[in-house]
Design a protein around this ligand. Structure first.
Ligand code: AMP
Ligand code: MN
Ligand code: MN
Ligand code: MN
Length: 286
């Protein structure tokens, strides 16, 4: 495997197995069309699409790394930890993710009750129509229902007005611990990556604690180039990668052709001096 940093790697996206709208096969074709050379499907808290994604990558002539994006609670906030290159058949990893998915059904019913109090009826049933995986009902599915029913014009508006802290439909939830998420990934021979660090509402002290504890648990990389970051944030987290001695990852976080602005593989390359995360995973690339 080449180690060049200009490799078109897209190591973060979602399929119908979590809260994306495309199948793993359709995503693979779209990634190929967009010039992706190394791909990973990183469904939330779920690795049920991994074998399909690896096969679809192969059929399209792309290299593949296994992937997932684990929901973690750290300092009272939800943080996402991407896992790459792990053994998708690892039992502890599968069990940990199953447990992490566990509370989603109950949370969804509470979200629906909260929306009903704000005058929006039938949100649970409405969101379910968009769900591809019954174990993985997500805020994204509620957002699609609120757009379909005309409450909001687009999903980004939903997250400004609903489903986030202090807004109707928000239900606090406890996810996996940072320690456990990193341990599941590394014990299954993968690399743990802090996803889109600019998205968290941490003070500088809390952010420092996140990176310090992540490293202490065995985390090795951070997303620097992601669809969730601005150009300034690319620079900021490139510097954080240098400061903490972390490798760098790159991924669109693509969910749907109709939502968001970053398509598969269409984003800047990693800064030249950083170690690309795939250099740590050369023997795990399929
Ligand atoms: P959940 O895991 O159910 O809490 O849902 C989290 C998902 O909601 C994320 O993975 C995104 O897909 C989506 N999401 C969260 N915040 C936003 C936002 N501001 N704009 C669009 N989508 C968002
Ligand atoms: Mn998502
Ligand atoms: Mn995320
Ligand atoms: Mn994501």
């Amino acid at each position: 495997m080449t180690s060049k940093k200009i490799l078109n790697a897209d190591l973060h996206c979602h399929s119908v197995v979590s809260d994306g709208t495309l199948t793993p096969e359709a995503l693979a074709e779209r990634a190929k069309t967009n010039g992706v050379e190394l791909w990973s499907l990183t469904d939330h808290d779920e690795i049920g699409g991994q074998h399909r994604a690896a096969a679809a990558a192969k059929a399209n002539g792309m290299k593949y790394l296994t992937g997932t994006e684990i929901s973690v609670t750290f300092a009272g906030e939800t943080v996402h930890i991407v896992g790459l290159g792990f053994d998708a058949d690892d039992a502890a990893m599968q069990q940990g993710l199953h447990a992490t998915r566990g509370g989603r059904g109950q949370r969804a019913m509470e979200m629906s009750a909260s929306l009903a109090q704000a005058g929006i009826e039938g949100a649970y049933e409405g969101a379910l129509k968009f769900v591809g995986n019954p174990e993985l009902i997500s805020r994204t599915h509620f957002a699609r229902f609120l757009v379909e029913s005309g409450v909001c014009k687009e999903t980004s508006e939903v997250f400004r007005k609903y489903l986030t802290e202090g807004k109707p439909g928000y239900v606090p939830h406890r996810w996996a611990s940072l320690h456990d998420a990193v341990a599941w990934i590394t014990s299954a021979k993968g690399v743990a990556v802090i996803a889109h660090p600019a998205r968290y509402k941490f003070s500088p002290t809390e952010e420092y604690a996140l990176f310090t504890e992540f490293k202490a648990h065995g985390g090795q990389a951070v997303e620097v180039i992601t669809g969730s970051h601005s150009t300034q944030e690319y620079l900021k987290y490139a510097e954080t990668a240098r400061e903490f001695g972390l490798a760098a990852s790159r991924g669109s976080d693509f969910h749907s052709p109709d939502e968001g602005h970053t398509d598969l593989g269409i984003l800047p390359f990693l800064p030249d001096d950083l170690t690309p995360v795939w250099e740590l995973l050369e023997d795990r690339i399929q």
